[in-house]
Design a protein around this ligand. Structure first.
Ligand SMILES: C[S@@+](CC[C@H](N)C(=O)[O-])C[C@H]1O[C@@H](n2cnc3c(N)ncnc32)[C@H](O)[C@@H]1O
Length: 466
């Protein structure tokens, strides 16, 4: 087990310190801090209410966090308070198991959910975001007082939170932040050591990676955003805040894309003069990469709402792609393409650093349901590959059924295709990501000393028969 405190005194501390360095200075949004003796204003209280709304929405179902971000409780807040509310909810989601371990030691019986939420939100502030305890505790008590359902627990909230502040949180385990069924799966698939690495990665707020348009100077951008150039050419920065205000954004010189998400298109290696199909394109980071490489690209996606972001990014960067809105299996166009990318819908468990809610919102049955969709889409993708052409299949999932198992089954039913062995160094992937079959299995625990990267599976296949 991996013991530690949420402030980081555990076996992952070294990796985290190095990762912090790679990310640059941490700049958490801060709400206005209230004087604990001043009851006249509720500065910061509404931000904590919103944090609780976001946390619970994320725990209830997939997509809940995004929906809650559009609720009046959140949108009515001033910008810095909105950012603070989101940061608190994300911190609580990343450390939920540890926060509950600390609370469970102090509570003789489980209080009502609304009370637990207040305490979780308060601990996320003090233990993760390092908000002064007087501010976090006094707002939690005020919040308890406001609601008739939580009012009877006001003194309990006060006593528990002050007790933790006084006596310290005690030991916690990083693995407790992973839902049990997910931890069991990953242990079976990747082993005990890898599970610890994944659990440690899941506690961390990731840096931001930028993909550049061809001709842009990566070193100059890295300097401008206080970042570094990664092996594949992406620029990594620890900056937070509105990316639209960062240098070069308005000129369309770059777009936000995790370093691992940039690997599949490098593996596909589209070139000027070639045709390419991006079958599940939205919101479009990979379409931009294909277009930037000079290929003539057709983007397909079933979601108009998600394609809006692709259209905005194409406008901003001046890159071009034809777009069709439709399920890829139903697309009646008869063309085949030199290069086909299938970035299939998946559980997205590999993106837990950016989207900690995926681990809570994903249910065991989702894996099988999505594997069926991936199977269908893979067959539809195969039909689009021209003789001598290639395709890359990828998912940002850590589940074997959505990655390796799909390709094993696909190659069995499609003898016209064979694997093209990936070269990690050539595509900006960690060397240890190469599987014995020649595919890439990138884990979020890789490159831990540089701030990690999202989890991805990617396989390159070529059509060797017509
Ligand atoms: C993993 S995301 C793609 C991310 C995208 N390639 C990128 O880099 O930004 C999967 C996408 O598949 C789309 N999708 C799901 N089922 C589909 C289908 N049957 N046909 C086409 N698109 C589909 C979803 O709307 C979603 O945008």
């Amino acid at each position: 087990m991996t013991g530690g405190t949420p402030k980081g005194k555990d076996s992952g501390a070294r990796g985290r310190r190095l990762a912090d360095k790679a990310r640059g200075p941490r700049r958490e949004p801060k709400p206005q801090v209230q004087n604990p003796n001043d009851d006249s204003v509720d500065v910061g209280v509404e931000a904590r209410v919103a944090a609780g709304v976001l946390l619970n929405a994320a725990l209830i179902r997939r997509g809940g966090l995004d929906e809650a971000l559009a609720l009046p409780a959140v949108t009515a807040l001033p910008g810095p308070d909105r950012a603070f509310a989101r940061a608190v909810a994300m911190a609580a989601l990343r450390r939920l198991g540890e926060i509950d371990q600390i609370l469970d030691r102090k509570l003789q019986k489980r209080p009502p959910e609304a009370v637990r939420t207040l305490m979780r939100i308060s601990l996320a502030q003090t233990l993760v975001l390092e908000t002064p305890a007087f501010a976090a505790v006094s707002t939690a008590v005020k919040l308890a007082e406001r609601d008739p359902k939580t009012r009877p627990y006001k003194n309990l909230v006060n006593a528990v939170l002050r007790g933790i502040d006084r006596e310290g949180p005690g030991l916690t385990t990083a693995e407790s932040n992973l839902p049990e069924w997910i931890a069991a799966r990953w242990k079976q698939t990747y082993g005990d050591q890898a599970l610890i690495g994944l659990a440690l990665a899941a506690r961390e707020e990731p840096p931001t990676d930028l993909s550049l348009k061809p001709g842009q100077d990566a070193a100059a951008l890295a300097e401008a955003v206080e970042g570094e150039v990664l092996p594949g050419g992406s620029v990594r920065t620890g900056r937070r805040g509105d990316v639209a205000a960062w240098p070069g954004f308005k000129d369309g010189n770059w777009w936000v894309q995790d370093a691992a998400a940039a690997v599949p298109v490098r593996l596909l290696a589209p070139m000027a003069g070639e045709t390419a199909l991006d079958m599940c394109a939205a919101p479009g980071g990979k379409t931009l990469q294909i277009a930037a490489a000079g290929a003539t690209v057709q983007a397909l996606d079933r979601s108009e709402a998600r394609l809006k972001r692709l259209r905005q990014n194409l406008d901003r960067t001046g890159l071009e792609a034809a777009i069709a809105v439709m399920p890829a299996e139903d697309w009646l166009d008869s063309r085949t393409f030199d290069a086909v990318l299938l970035d299939a819908p998946c559980t997205a468990t590999g993106t837990f650093r950016r989207n900690p809610e995926v681990l809570r919102a994903t249910k065991p049955a989702d894996v099988g349901k999505l594997a069926d969709v991936q199977h269908r889409l893979l067959d539809a993708a195969a039909e689009r590959v021209a003789p001598g052409g290639r395709m890359v299949y990828c998912v940002c999932s850590l589940e074997r059924e959505e990655g390796e198992t799909q390709i094993i089954a696909f190659l069995r039913r499609n003898p016209a295709f064979r694997t093209v062995t990936a070269e990690p160094a050539a595509v900006g992937a960690p060397a240890e990501a190469l599987t014995p079959e020649g595919w890439l299995r990138i884990l979020p625990s890789m490159w831990a000393e540089n701030g990690g990267l999202d989890g991805f599976f990617a396989a390159k296949l070529e059509r060797v028969q017509g």
